[in-house]
Design a protein around this ligand. Structure first.
Ligand code: AMP
Length: 286
């Protein structure tokens, strides 16, 4: 595996692959790799000729009161993990190169970012789309892989790519969970033992909601209330949002009859966790 830190060198490598008509798969990450990241990497290795993984903790997607400073950075361990996977290039750029002095250009997707994670995290999606666009411009991949754990982020990136006529295919892959049902996340490291037990309530609440819909419950408000009850019965959790919405535009639903996204963000102690489930149309109509 080649580690590249320079933007110019990354471009040069990518140009040589394009020249040989081979396909580049790309997985942008913030590091502290886990099985969720690895599922995307495996998909890229299976589907593409070459795979590039980037590790960059992107400052522009954190607001001042968030965990940019303490976000886990374990680059040596990440390199070891990547070496055993068959990744061709680790792109590990420096902040000063991606955001030099006087940096002042951002790209923002408008409507979709007003809901869910965009509501209480101002600037978050603007930071995400800006860094993803920059990385796409540098790596120039044919295909990029994103996790459905960040469902809204995936939709926002798809929208940017469509609206700006970008030549990259966006592939979404399912959420990878630990044995106890908790969606894998680099932030799970922050959880205490008690916090970890509380974190289970997110996936449990989603699973119960899915079962209730299968049994015939159609009221979105009832589902929201039941999820809130499951999560708030534990001290130490604070709900940021519980949404039963359209999976593409994130408008809240009243009745559940078509494909539906159930998404939540919950603070467990100081750690903000997100999780979701998509209820397919067929499941609502059973
Ligand atoms: P991050 O390093 O958290 O920015 O995530 C990098 C990519 O990995 C994003 O596309 C995430 O959606 C994806 N990802 C993170 N956690 C998971 C998971 N548990 N299952 C699937 N994909 C994930």
């Amino acid at each position: 595996m080649k580690t590249i830190t320079s933007i110019e060198e990354m471009r040069k490598w990518s140009r040589s692959i394009h020249f040989s008509d081979k396909v580049i798969g790309f997985i942008p990450t913030m590091g502290c790799l886990h099985e969720g990241h690895l599922s995307l990497i495996k998909a890229s290795i299976a589907e593409c000729d070459f795979t590039v993984v980037s590790i960059f903790v992107n400052p522009t997607q954190f607001s001042p009161n968030e965990d940019f400073g303490s976000y886990p950075r374990v680059i040596d361990l990440d390199k070891k993990i990547l070496q055993s996977t068959g990744v061709d290039v680790l792109f590990h750029p420096e902040r000063k190169d991606l955001y030099p002095d006087k940096f002042q250009t951002f790209v923002a997707v408008e409507d979709k970012t007003k809901y869910l994670c965009g509501k209480n995290r101002s600037g978050f999606f603007r930071g995400v789309t800006t860094i993803v666009l920059k990385l796409f411009n540098i790596v120039n991949p044919h295909t990029a892989f994103f996790g459905e754990k960040d469902w809204q982020q995936l939709e926002v990136v798809r929208t940017m790519v469509r609206d700006l006529n970008m030549e990259v295919a966006i592939v979404g892959k399912p959420i990878v969970r630990d044995n106890d049902g908790v969606a894998m996340s680099s932030r799970n490291r922050y959880l205490s033992e008690v916090g970890r037990a509380l974190a289970r309530s997110l996936s449990q609440a989603l699973e119960s909601a899915q079962a209730r819909i299968k049994q015939g419950e159609r009221s979105a408000e009832t589902i929201r209330t039941e999820i809130r009850k499951t999560i708030e019965q534990n001290n130490g959790t604070e709900v940021d949002y519980i949404s039963v919405c359209d999976p593409e535009n994130f408008v809240e639903q009243t009745e559940i009859h078509s494909k539906t996204l159930i998404a939540l963000a919950v603070r467990v102690g100081n750690t903000r966790l997100i999780d979701n489930r998509v209820i397919e149309r067929i499941q609502c109509n059973e």
